[in-house]
Design a binder for this molecule. Structure first.
Ligand SMILES: [Zn+2]
Ligand SMILES: [Zn+2]
Ligand SMILES: [Zn+2]
Ligand SMILES: [Zn+2]
Length: 357
């Protein structure tokens, strides 16, 4: 924040909170404006906004929580902006330990990778992208992904703290959604090239980042395909999909529980959340894979999303998580702690699982 030699007039806590939130909103706006010309700067600005929103939530709890060393805090120094503030991991820890509203693991993982990308951009020349349009598309999808988590926090989880800013947040949300148009246009431009490559024998899958079917398959495995996306230049893994359905417990309609877009039963409208998915799967999937023995646990805990209860079932030949929808990892009882978990088998055998690590 501000240095000592910058003269700031003391402000009330309410004014300071408001300034923090408005600053965060400005940084999102400016990231959106920078996107066209200097996409990398958009990452830096958007990351700054993310840190500011987290600090604002901490400040809503108590002003001293945004100071790196609260034991050195003085309200006088704080009110003129003279202090070292917390970074992402400290904010996350305080949200969990002090505020009691932890960021969920997926959000934290996303913010951390945004932080990492921001650091690469600030400290090193960073040349991941082959061309300007691909660079912009890559940045758009990265911002989208992070905005998704921020938006849920600001409009749902932490709505009470950000009640006064819901109009501005709605406005930012619609600007973010409009970036989808850019992705559509770029996909359209690349369609002839995709058709050409397909006729030459290449396969394409849906990209997890930009959601277009521009992921050129580079290697295939039992659990899915490694691809490089022509639209946003992301490399990723398209997990093999399953068409398995489970009957709705209210109306009997077949539900595609492994489709993350399914949020309610299309026939009777009952809401389908993760716990509902687990309950429905429990009634149908009662066994594990070929290694599984009668009486052993058959629902594994997921090391990817770390959902707070077992969420991985053996479906259609692959271990499949109904919380994060990842598939294809192996599941074992950890030899160190005994928990039934997914993960990388070598890591679990030689070191630990995600529960005991
Ligand atoms: Zn893509
Ligand atoms: Zn139903
Ligand atoms: Zn999961
Ligand atoms: Zn373990």
């Amino acid at each position: 924040m501000a240095r000592r030699y910058i003269q700031q007039k003391p402000q009330s806590r309410r004014e300071l909170f408001d300034a923090l939130v408005r600053n965060a909103i400005d940084f999102v706006e400016s990231a959106l404006e920078t996107l066209d010309r200097r996409p990398k700067n958009a990452i830096v600005e958007f990351y700054t906004a993310t840190e500011l929103f987290l600090k604002a939530r901490l400040m809503a709890e108590h002003w001293s929580l945004i100071i790196a060393k609260p034991e050195t805090a003085s309200l006088q120094a704080f009110s003129v902006g003279d202090f070292q503030s917390v970074y992402l991991d400290d904010s996350a820890r305080r949200l969990k330990e002090i505020v009691g509203e932890p960021l969920d693991e997926m959000a934290l993982t996303n913010f951390r990778s945004l932080a990492e990308h921001r650091n690469q951009i600030v400290h090193f020349a960073h040349t991941d992208y082959a061309n300007a349009s691909g660079e912009r598309a890559g940045v758009v999808v990265e911002l989208w992904a992070s905005w998704h988590y921020l938006h849920v926090l600001l409009t749902q989880t932490w709505k009470a703290s950000f009640e006064a800013y819901q109009d501005e947040i709605r406005h930012l949300h619609s600007r973010m959604i409009n970036q989808a148009e850019f992705i559509r246009v770029r996909y359209h431009e690349l369609e002839p090239q995709i058709a050409e490559l397909t006729s030459q024998g290449s396969a394409f899958v849906r990209c997890n980042h930009c959601q277009t079917t521009a992921g050129k398959v580079e290697a295939s495995h039992k659990w899915g395909s490694d691809y490089r996306c022509l639209v946003c230049e992301a490399v990723g893994l398209a997990v093999k999909r399953t068409d398995a359905t489970i009957p709705c417990d209210v109306c009997g309609a077949p539900l595609r529980l492994f489709d993350k877009e399914l949020v309610k039963c299309p026939t009777c409208d009952q809401a389908i959340d993760t716990d509902k998915r687990i309950a429905l799967c429990q009634s149908v999937y009662k066994e594990g894979d070929d290694w599984w023995e009668e009486g052993a646990p058959h629902i594994a805990e997921c090391h990817i999303c770390m959902y707070h209860r077992p969420s991985v079932f053996y479906v259609d030949g692959l271990w499949s998580c109904v919380s994060c929808f990842d598939r294809g990892w192996q599941a074992v009882s950890c030899p160190h702690c005994g928990e039934f978990v997914t993960g990388d088998m070598d890591t679990i055998k030689h070191a630990c699982c995600f529960k005991c690590g």
